[in-house]
Design a protein around this ligand. Structure first.
Ligand code: OFO
Length: 169
């Protein structure tokens, strides 16, 4: 059985993951409008991953006898100054989410909720990958250029991304 504080915090994080999904879907639309189909494709898959992250919290709350509370998802930005600006925003967003996950780990430890603590380990590891992935694209845009041939080369490379297997989102 989930304690009330953990349940509330997990519901907040579930909502934050749905917001992450909206944010990356919005970035995908922005990049698609610029005809950067490869980066748009990468962002769209990222949005799907974030939806899967939210569903992990959804399922865990249910499995532990808690109450899932879905709330309105805040609207994401729709425009950025450049593809690089979008990736900068994505990088900052992932650092914020890492901080949120770390706080949840601390909360689970403080409440001696070992099941929640073990559940969160997956997210701790995932956040290392999430931060690295967006930072790599951001750094390539910085190095290769946020316009012209460099940008087109990066766009082509990101078109190759494939979805992760279910449960491995
Ligand atoms: Fe769910 O990891 Fe990104 O936000």
């Amino acid at each position: 059985m989930l304690g009330t504080k953990i349940q509330d915090a997990f519901n907040r994080q579930m909502n934050a993951e749905f917001h992450s999904s909206f944010l990356y879907l919005s970035m995908s639309a922005y990049l698609q409008a610029l005809n950067l189909k490869g980066i748009a494709h990468w962002m769209r898959l990222q949005a799907e991953e974030e939806h899967a992250h939210a569903m992990k919290f959804f399922d865990f709350i249910n499995h532990r006898g808690g109450e899932v509370r879905l709330v309105e998802v805040a609207a994401p930005s729709a425009k950025w100054d450049s593809p690089l600006a979008a990736l900068e925003a994505a990088s900052q967003h992932e650092c914020k989410i890492t901080g949120d996950i770390n706080e949840l780990v601390d909360l689970a430890a403080a409440h001696k909720d070992h099941a929640s603590h073990a559940f969160l380990h997956w997210f701790v590891t995932e956040q290392v990958e999430e931060e690295a992935a967006v930072q790599e694209i951001r750094d390539k845009l910085k190095l290769g250029g946020d316009s012209g041939a460099g940008l087109l080369l990066i766009d082509h490379g990101l078109a190759q991304r494939t979805p992760h297997a279910t449960g491995d989102a």
